[in-house]
Design a protein around this ligand. Structure first.
Ligand code: NAP
Length: 235
C-alpha cells in the first residue's frame, strides 16, 4: 500500500528542510523525484533529478517541470513546498520581505500548479499536495503577511479540489505548526522566542505527505492540520 514504485514526484524547495525530507521519503518509498530549487541539489537520491528553478518565475517552473517529466517519465505527484517567511509588527515589515512572501508563497504556488498540472492530468494516479501551514488556517500574531500568503495557498488548493476531483487529481493541504528548519528561525525572530521551543521535525511532515499520497484511490484527504504539543490549541 505504501509503495510509490512507478510514480514520479516533483517537489519544490527540495534543497533543504521539509522539502528535502519529503523528497527523501518519497524516494525511499520507490518514487523517482524531481528536486526543484534555486540551488537544484541532487540530494544523493537514487533516481533523483535536481533542477534549478526560481518559483517566482513561471517560465523557470515550466522548464523545470518539463525537464523532470522528460527525464523521469511524467509527473504523478506535485508537492508545492518552496516558501519564505518574515515576522514582526505589520508596519515594520520591509517591502522587500512582504513582496518576497507574496511572490514565492502565492505566485510560486500558482505557477507550480500551472507548470505541473498538464502532467498530473495525464497520470493514472495524480496527487497535488501543498505544504501550507497552521498560518493558513488561523491568524497568528506578528505574521499578518505570511498568514495572508498561506491562506492564499489553502484557498488555491481547496478550490482546485472542486475543479480537479472529477478529473482524478487529489488535492491536499498539509498544514503543519512549527517545524525546526532554517525557515522556522525566520526574519524577525530570535532564538529565545517561545514559538521556537519543541518544534516538530521535517520528517514528521514528510511522513504525513507519504500517508496522503499512498491512500487508496477511493478517497482523498483534503487537509491535514497538526501541531507540536507545545503549541496552543486555540483556533
Ligand atoms: N518550518 C516551519 O515552521 C513551517 C511550518 C509550516 C509550514 N512551513 C512551510 O513549509 C515550506 C518549507 O519550509 P521549510 O521550513 O522547509 O523552509 P527552508 O528550510 O527555509 O527551505 C525552503 C526551501 O524553499 C526553497 N526556496 C525558497 N525560495 C525559493 C524560490 N524563490 N524558488 C525556488 N525555491 C525556493 C529553498 O531552496 P533554495 O534556497 O535552494 O532555492 C529551500 O529548499 C514553506 O512553504 C513553509 O511556509 C514551514
Amino acid at each position: 500500500m505504501n509503495s510509490l514504485e512507478g510514480r514520479v514526484a516533483f517537489v519544490t524547495g527540495a534543497s533543504r528542510g521539509i522539502g528535502a525530507a519529503v523528497a527523501r521519503t518519497l524516494a525511499s518509498a520507490g518514487a523517482r523525484v524531481g528536486l526543484a530549487s534555486r540551488s537544484g541539489d541532487e540530494l544523493d537520491l537514487d533516481g533523483g533529478v535536481g533542477v534549478r528553478c526560481d518559483v517566482r518565475d513561471a517560465d523557470s517552473l515550466e522548464g523545470a517541470a518539463a525537464e523532470v517529466a522528460e527525464r523521469l517519465g511524467g509527473i504523478d505527484i506535485a508537492v508545492v513546498n518552496a516558501g519564505v517567511g518574515a515576522y514582526g509588527p505589520f508596519l515594520d515589515l520591509p517591502f522587500e520581505h512582504l513582496e518576497e512572501m507574496i511572490d514565492v508563497n502565492v505566485k510560486g504556488a500558482i505557477y507550480t500548479v500551472r507548470a505541473t498540472l498538464p502532467y498530473l492530468l495525464e497520470s493514472p494516479a495524480p496527487d497535488l499536495v501543498t505544504i501550507a501551514s497552521e498560518a493558513g488556517r488561523r491568524g497568528l500574531p506578528l505574521e499578518a503577511v505570511y498568514c495572508a500568503s498561506k491562506f492564499a495557498q489553502v484557498g488555491l488548493t481547496a478550490a482546485l479540489d472542486h475543479e480537479l476531483r472529477e478529473r482524478g487529481v487529489r488535492c491536499t493541504n498539509v498544514c503543519p505548526g512549527g517545524v525546526a528548519t532554517d525557515f522556522a528561525m525566520g526574519r524577525g525572530r530570535t532564538p529565545d522566542m517561545p514559538q521556537l521551543a519543541g518544534m516538530m521535525e521535517p520528517q514528521d511532515v514528510a511522513d504525513v505527505v507519504l500517508f496522503v499520497v499512498t491512500r487508496p484511490r477511493t478517497h482523498r484527504i483534503l487537509e491535514v492540520a497538526f501541531r507540536p504539543v507545545t503549541e496552543s490549541s486555540w483556533g
